[in-house]
Design a protein around this ligand. Structure first.
Ligand SMILES: Cc1ncc(COP(=O)(O)O)c(C=O)c1O
Length: 312
């Protein structure tokens, strides 16, 4: 039973504090210029094990560290240290429910007139809050091809979660929601398909599964990687990654989106056109079922993906 309510906490300036006490000044560099790099990590509540199962924690921190390298943020923590800090925060929160974990490494110096990354101080903070459903995965969603384009990696690094990059995602998501859709699909500057506002995209034709290649400016998603591995291990599907044309999406039998927050979500309609029959396709359904079992910590074959934190 989910009885313990727990607390939202932050690791801030080296200490664990209530979330409401973690504050930065208005001159903070990252606030003005988006000079931060973050992660979105899920801890999924497993009732039988009375544990929060943090999913692929080390991989999220490896990606955070790649982003730090690009932004010239020298983190004083190794991936192992970051895992340890996170486990401690989850334990201390006492949250016995699904949680969202948000690390952020950022240019913390209160100096807005300095545009030289290498001269600015950095800091690392981490937050934990309760988390409900991001997208309702039971029914297919309706997507819109965005009028906003995914920035090219030559404009802004796209393979890591740089804070400033998210302005594009937010503009695209807002446009889609205001037009009555659930999510936006962003194209690259050359018109090929990149990804959703916060998810990678896959299309299915017959039993062929295809996703935009790593060179298509999409985030190198951890759920994307899970789908490659689950498709191969469980169903013997090889996933092809390549450039995808917009019109190929309209002709696909199935489309699904993947992400830590969105899990695996079926796309029923794109630009008001039904994809396949407009319902959750066969392959999407198989992958979704297996992924949900794995992500909650219920398949020990994938135990290297789990960091289990027992909550008393
Ligand atoms: C732009 C973007 N693409 C894809 C993803 C999916 O990545 P992951 O599966 O690592 O959550 C995310 C989510 O973090 C995202 O923000």
């Amino acid at each position: 039973m989910n009885t313990h309510l727990g607390k939202s906490l932050a690791f801030f300036e080296g200490k664990i504090v209530p979330l409401s006490q973690a504050k930065v000044g208005i001159m903070t560099h990252a606030l003005h210029y988006g000079t931060g790099v973050f992660e979105g990590i899920r801890g999924n509540w497993n009732d039988q094990k009375s544990s929060v199962v943090i999913f692929r924690l080390a991989e999220h921190y490896a990606r955070l560290k790649r982003g730090c390298k690009i932004l010239q943020i020298e983190l004083p923590y190794s991936v192992d240290d970051l895992v340890e800090i996170t486990v401690d925060l989850v334990k201390q929160s006492g949250l016995s429910q699904d949680v969202y974990i948000r690390p952020l490494a950022y240019k913390s110096e209160e100096k807005v007139a300095n545009l030289k990354l290498h001269e600015l101080e950095s800091d690392f903070t981490l937050m934990i809050v309760p988390f409900g459903d991001y997208i309702d995965n039971d029914k297919p969603i309706r997507c819109q091809t965005s009028s906003w384009r995914r920035p090219d990696d030559s404009m802004m690094p796209t393979g890591v979660k740089l804070s400033g990059l998210y302005t594009t995602s937010i503009l695209a998501k807002t446009e889609a929601i205001k037009a009555g859709f659930d999510e936006a699909i962003l194209l690259n500057h050359d018109g090929s398909v990149s990804e959703g506002s916060g998810e990678n995209i896959f299309m299915v034709e017959g039993d062929r599964i295809t996703t935009p290649a790593e060179t298509e400016n999409c985030l190198l998603g951890i759920t994307r990687d899970c789908v490659f591995k689950i498709a191969k291990n469980e169903f013997n599907y090889e996933i092809n990654s390549r450039k995808i044309h917009r019109s190929e999406l309209y002709l696909a039998d199935e489309i699904f989106l993947t992400g830590t927050a969105a899990h695996i979500t079926s796309v029923g309609h794109l630009d008001n056109r039904p994809i396949g029959r407009g319902d959750i396709g066969n392959i999407t359904n198989k992958l979704q079922k297996k992924y949900f079992e794995i992500v909650r910590g219920n398949d020990e074959k994938y135990s290297e993906w789990y960091t289990k934190v027992k909550i008393k």
